[in-house]
Design a protein around this ligand. Structure first.
Ligand code: AMP
Ligand code: MG
Length: 445
């Protein structure tokens, strides 16, 4: 057992081969989702840029309506109208009001907005219209205000959200829809983000056929190619499948060379054992260097890691990473999670403390067994409150999990049934029902 590398040591060696994230490029804010900021984002405007109304209603001087009640409303003369997108051309004076739309700049003289529901319109002859929501048509001649409001009521202040010149997002921050909204709202049209890692995927094995192709007597669909492309894309990469390499060194080397010429990271599945047909190690040696490790993980274990020189003219500083994952489909999936996903995130500019999935806490609902000396990543599904409901937790807040099915490293049905991986430490061979475990939630489609 002593020649097995721990998951942490193996991952540390992979990550150590990435000297710096990929270079920055400038992209429109709408294209930044899924990227990581390479520079701080500084607000170009105050937000709101000017005091404005939070309601449809009337801009007033709050002192004028301080005594207003439902029984004794205050009457104000309507001086005009303030609309969104136009600078107000009328001010609010004592005894006056300006009809105002949500988002319209507050006219000078006003310090509050009374919402339309608290008013009754009066026409030039003093006849009352329907109280409440009537912000259509020409403004009335006057309004009755039925409630007192304080200074600042229903007013959004200039800069209360963002101040021009202030940093609104730091470099290293991943951009999701909310960050896109914030950057655009800060008046910033483009941002510097790290280039997306380019990932090339190669499947190896004489038995592999493209999904849907005739399997003949000894073929099996290539699930790892599509699976690795999906995993890499979900991890933030531009991923493509270069195809299926037969167990032939010359062809494998040729494909690997093409991959290393165009990608930041090459993932190969299968062929990393030391059988006579396992060509990944010599192919890695032909284009770069290789270390073959046995990692204390289940499923997983054999893992090839190498680096190849960057092609001339490359924009990136570190070498091309070559990762050879064991071919069993669940071993491929789990070792991708453990080693490839963190490397993609590091290349993409994520900070060192944002490479791994955050661990949750779970409790096993059934006993499990595993290989001694290796850390097991079990496919589990959480008990839920309804089919798509939130996971159920025990009194200590731990998610209640069941095995998602068979745990053989070739079993894909249980992988698709799982919504998380439960982590059982190296030190135990079995755990009883009720045992606490760490949990990694998997990406939800
Ligand atoms: P290997 O790592 O090449 O020894 O393969 C181990 C097992 O995984 C064998 O049963 C292979 O048929 C299977 N396997 C390897 N590559 C793939 C793949 N791309 N898709 C599905 N199964 C695979
Ligand atoms: Mg093979």
């Amino acid at each position: 057992m002593s020649d097995l590398l721990s998951v942490e040591v193996a991952r540390g060696r992979v990550l150590a081969a990435v000297p710096a994230p990929l270079p920055a490029e400038t992209v429109p804010v709408v294209a930044a989702r899924g990227r990581v900021l390479a520079a701080d984002v500084v607000a170009a405007t105050d937000l709101p840029p000017w005091d404005n109304s939070a309601m449809d209603g009337y801009a007033v001087r709050s002192a004028d309506v301080a005594a207003a009640t439902a029984e004794l409303p205050v009457r104000l003369a309507v001086r005009g109208e303030a609309a969104a997108g136009r600078a107000p051309d009328v001010a609010v004076d004592a005894g006056g009001a300006v009809r105002i739309a949500t988002g319209a700049p507050l006219p000078s003289g006003a310090d509050a907005v009374v919402q339309v529901e608290m008013t009754t319109p009066l026409d030039a002859a003093g006849a009352a219209g329907a109280r409440g929501r009537d912000a259509a048509g020409p403004p009335p001649a006057a309004v009755l205000v039925h409630a007192a409001i304080g200074p600042g009521a229903n007013v959004r202040r200039l800069g209360e959200d963002l101040r021009a010149g202030a940093v609104v997002l730091r470099a290293g921050r991943a951009v999701g829809p909310a960050e896109v909204a914030l950057v655009a709202g800060a008046g910033v049209p483009v941002v510097a983000v790290h280039r997306r890692p380019r990932v090339a995927v190669i499947s190896t094995g004489d038995e592999l056929r493209a999904p849907g192709a005739d399997l003949g007597p000894a073929g099996i669909p290539d699930s790892n190619g599509p699976s690795l492309v999906a995993l890499a894309a979900a991890a933030g990469a531009d991923a493509r499948h270069l195809g299926i390499a037969p167990d032939d060194l010359a062809t494998m080397t040729q494909l690997l060379r093409a991959a290393a010429a165009s990608a930041d990271l090459v993932v190969v599945s299968g062929g990393v054992s030391v059988g006579p047909y396992d060509v990944v190690k010599p192919a890695f040696e032909a284009v770069g260097t290789v270390d073959l490790w046995r990692v204390a993980v289940q499923p997983g274990k054999p893992f090839a890691f190498g680096v190849a020189p960057r092609p001339a003219g490359s924009d990136a500083s570190g070498p091309v990473l070559l990762l050879g994952l064991p071919g069993n489909p669940v071993s491929t999936f789990v070792t991708f999670e453990l080693f490839v996903r963190p490397a993609i995130r590091l290349l993409a500019g994520r900070p060192a403390d944002d490479l791994l999935r955050p661990a949750d806490r779970a409790v096993l609902e059934e006993p499990v067994t595993k290989a001694p000396g290796r850390r097991a990543y079990l496919r589990v599904s959480a008990r839920r409150d309804g089919p798509a409901g939130p996971p159920l937790r025990d009194a200590e807040g731990r998610v209640r999990v069941d095995l998602a099915g068979g745990q053989g490293s070739h079993v894909l049905s249980s992988l698709a049934a799982a919504d998380a991986l439960a982590i059982v430490p190296e030190s135990v061979d079995a755990l009883p029902a009720g045992a606490p475990v760490e949990l990694w939630w998997l990406d939800h489609p």
